[in-house]
Design a protein around this ligand. Structure first.
Ligand SMILES: Cc1cc2nc3c(=O)[nH]c(=O)nc-3n(C[C@H](O)[C@H](O)[C@H](O)COP(=O)(O)O)c2cc1C
Length: 209
């Protein structure tokens, strides 16, 4: 056998062994990873559901609304539904505000069946530390002002920051970021009001492509 052929065979054997090791490791750990991921997801959804009593897993009731849709943002939107005794309790929307100061802001919005906001949390953002990042619950109380509010409280025209004639607090020196979060929340509340029954009756989406 030529030296070239020999090294080729050796390399092929090494590659096959490595591939087999990766496959074995994956099969041994994938279930645990899935369980951990689910626990992490459930934990991160909880804060937006403050005070609600519900049953079952929130992440198990996922509904993916594919584009085109009337929700904010250019992407498919994930909604998690929450039930108690098979009755709808609340829905959690993971939506995108495209008009943040530094780009997209991913927002988790919890809405009770009657249209009241249960909580809002920022999932992802690139806003400036000390300015726009005060929308994050651990940085300031700003995001808590939406708890218990709804489309009628304040009136639709007042879903904006005070300096724009609205009812909500702005952030000093950073009006772009709060405008984006308030707009995405208002649009999601409007969507929820128009589609509530179909949201809760739709079957869960099994797979995300
Ligand atoms: C370096 C830098 C970073 C900024 N980051 C933000 C931000 O994260 N969010 C925001 O709304 N405005 C940010 N601003 C300010 C905006 O440019 C804009 O002036 C402000 O949002 C307007 O708010 P005001 O009308 O309350 O002053 C930043 C400005 C600079 C110079």
């Amino acid at each position: 056998m030529s030296a070239v052929l020999k090294s080729g065979v050796t390399l092929a054997v090494i590659a096959a062994v490595c591939a087999a090791l990766v496959a074995i490791t994956y099969s041994l750990t994938s279930e645990r990873i899935a369980v951990n991921e689910k626990a992490w997801l459930e934990k991160s959804l909880e804060p937006a559901l403050a005070g609600l009593t519900f049953e079952g897993s929130v992440s198990g009731s996922m509904l993916v609304v594919r584009t085109p849709h009337d929700l904010p943002g250019p992407d498919d939107v994930i909604i998690y539904r929450v039930y108690a005794d098979d009755l709808p309790v609340a829905a959690l929307f993971a939506v995108t505000a495209r008009d943040g100061y530094a780009g997209a802001i991913r927002v988790l919005i919890g809405i009770e069946y009657d249209g009241t906001v249960t909580g809002i949390r920022i999932l992802e953002h690139r806003e400036t530390p000390g300015l726009g990042d005060k929308i994050v619950a651990s940085r300031s109380d700003w995001v808590f002002q939406f708890d218990g509010r709804s489309l009628g409280d304040p009136r639709l025209e007042q879903w904006s920051i005070r300096r724009d004639g609205g009812e909500f607090d702005q952030l000093t020196g950073a009006s772009v970021t709060p405008r984006a979060v308030i707009k995405v929340t208002k649009e999601t509340l409007i969507y929820f009001a128009a589609h509530r029954d179909e949201i809760f009756s739709a079957p869960a989406t099994e797979d995300r492509e």
